[in-house]
Design a protein around this ligand. Structure first.
Ligand SMILES: C[S@@+](CC[C@H](N)C(=O)[O-])C[C@H]1O[C@@H](n2cnc3c(N)ncnc32)[C@H](O)[C@@H]1O
Length: 259
């Protein structure tokens, strides 16, 4: 189908649904990718890799930025069809949630943020207002949407307590074999990134917690409850820590839960 027809169809849909320009851009992307009402589109349009999608949606996960997408692509491409529930903490303008929705076509996509994101909710992404460092608020999210996530990504506030409380509280809500990813672990390094709650002797950092786990298989964190520590130690299958030499010190950690 000619590009003109796609543009016209999206324009008509935009008018009928009264969408914002940003929503229309997403719709155009998704229609190109999923062919919602555009059945004559060639199959090749639906074959976008995560690497391409990260660029289309302009998230900071893309190759020219933090390049976390490289690790995501390796971990997520093999499970693309089987993922049914993905949660990402930190929505901002919705770029990565839209990307997940296009990529995981059999999945419901969930987002947690401290701010309301009504335009993202309108796109069929389940949004929930919560502070990721507050267990009661996270429990509110679980009460509403239940657990059983294939994937949980933490791209929220990136403070030490944010990252560790979310890992401790939400890990039990992953499916067996599920993946929990913490982005921007480089906020643990005050020499490069200030203002994320690192103490004077750097004893409370997420990076230290991960490195200590790698060497001792023990989780040490002042932010976690004893039962959360026990659950993590008993249920982590592996930890993959990725640090990129890209001037941003981009660091990401993947935890896989035992099957
Ligand atoms: C880096 S942006 C997310 C970007 C998005 N995931 C993407 O890749 O396109 C971080 C988001 O985290 C949210 N945030 C900050 N502190 C938070 C907290 N304590 N709990 C939940 N969300 C938080 C901010 O409001 C912001 O929208």
């Amino acid at each position: 189908m000619a590009l003109k027809s796609i543009v016209l169809a999206v324009f008509a849909l935009t008018l009928s649904m009264n969408l914002t320009a940003q929503d229309a851009k997403y719709l155009r992307n998704c229609q190109e990718l999923r062919g919602a009402d555009l059945k004559e589109l060639p199959d090749s349009l639906f074959d976008k890799s995560l690497i391409e999608l990260a660029q289309i949606f302009n998230t900071d996960k893309q190759a020219s930025w933090h390049n976390f997408i490289d690790t995501y692509n390796r971990n997520f491409a093999p499970i693309q069809d089987s993922v049914t529930k993905i949660l990402e903490i930190g929505i901002f303008n919705g770029a990565s949630h839209k990307m997940w929705k296009c990529f995981f076509q059999n999945a419901e996509v969930y987002g947690i943020d401290i701010k309301q994101k009504p335009w993202v909710e309108k796109l069929g992404i389940h949004t929930y207002i919560a502070n990721q460092a507050n267990r009661e608020q996270l429990q509110g999210f679980i009460d509403k949407h239940k657990g059983g996530f294939d994937i949980i990504v933490d791209d929220g506030g990136h403070w030490m307590n944010h990252q560790q409380v979310s890992l401790g509280f939400l890990f039990k809500h992953l499916k067996p074999g599920g993946l929990f990813i913490i982005e921007d672990v480089h906020t643990s390094i005050p020499k490069f990134y200030e203002g994320f709650g690192v103490d004077a002797v750097q004893s409370n950092t997420t990076l230290k917690m991960i490195n200590d786990y790698i060497t001792t298989e023990k989780i040490v964190s002042e932010y976690l409850l004893p039962e959360e520590i026990k659950y993590l130690e008993q249920n982590i299958e592996y930890v993959e820590l990725m640090k990129r030499k890209n001037g941003l010190h981009s660091t990401l950690c993947v935890f896989r839960k035992k099957k």
